[in-house]
Design a protein around this ligand. Sequence first.
Ligand code: V47
Ligand code: SF4
Length: 385
Amino acid sequence: MNSLNPILTSSIDPALKAIALKVAQQERITFDEGLFLYQHGELGFLGTLANHVRERLHGDKVFFNRNFHVEPTNICLFDCKFCSYSRLLKQKDEGWEMTEEQILDKVRSYDGKPITEVHIVGGVHPKMGLHYFASLIRKIKELRPEIHVKAFTAVELDYMCRKAKVSYEEGLRILKEHGQDSLPGGGAEIFDEQLRNEICADKCSSEEWLEMHRTAHRLGMPSNATMLYGHIEQFAHRVDHMERLRKLQDETGGFNTFIPLKFRNGDNQMSHVPEVSTIEDLRNYAVARIYMDNFAHIKAYWPMIGRHTAQMSLAFGVDDIDGTIDDSTKIYSMAGSEEQSPALTTQQLVQLIKDAGRHPIERDTLYNTVTDYAEYNFSTDDVMA
Ligand code: V47
Ligand code: SF4
């Protein structure tokens, strides 16, 4: 039986039922319908629709990967109001700058561990430019030729290209030639120009963010997309954000996954803005799954929302919960996430997924299966990360 039949035969609001029918028939919903879902869809209804879509696409599979993060610096030229992480050059005593050798040592510390991806993002440091990072990536690839390098938000890339006086295309081409494989989704925040001006006026514009990703896709570098939600935006701003991404995905097909990022209010210039509830987090994942019909994956980034909400999100459209990570990612612990030391072993992550009644699959960055954990028995010989 179609999992939407109970809704389609019920006496709910006809406008909600019409949206459910579209979802059942795999038709795209409009901007106004997306907005209507945010305004009138209650949690159970949205969850049923989103779960229908995620199970049609992925059955009960849940993807994760084994990665580690490198955050070369938290010194940043910019002053995003929501950021708890960056330090200005003048606050240098609270900032860190890893040397190239420290970064390479970190890569070496994973020797012999079956990590498939390194995720490199940090503040926009005036002295760390395009050629420095290109050479760093080449050195990382010399140490681990098979590792996938997912690096630099469009914000960092925009600054690197400007400083090196090269076009986005030229800058990305140089990084690709040195071994960069893809782009993470950060820096998108919220695309509405007025809000962007209020919360992160000095970073690259929405058009520039989209253009960087469009260029990357053209060069054969896939990427992710994020949306910072739950701050001063309204539902229409979220739909507008997703609409712009859905259009670009229609054009290029280069996005792997969409990652809604919940605003955390610890120790930043927006600490007076209350955080949204877990119910709202789940509703938001669900609307994202329903709206973003051309995105294969929706990711819940567990270090930010916590492992238990991540587990629940698997019933609200999410099919990916990022990676094992290690304790080096500071961006959320500094913003007040309940995950103060975000590390989970593969065994813990697999158990977390199984406890939610789902089927864990370790993937690589491009969602090829690395290991199917449905029947896997862990042994003490497993090299874990
Ligand atoms: O762009 C900063 C966000 C992003 C806060 O592509 C905050 O796989 C909430 O993009 N509350 C960077 N969010 C991290 C990022 C990311 C993370 C994991 C996986 C991937 C991927 C990308 O973090 C920033 C900003 O939107 N952020 N401060 C805060 N207080
Ligand atoms: Fe800098 Fe990124 Fe923080 Fe903005 S969010 S201040 S660009 S580190």
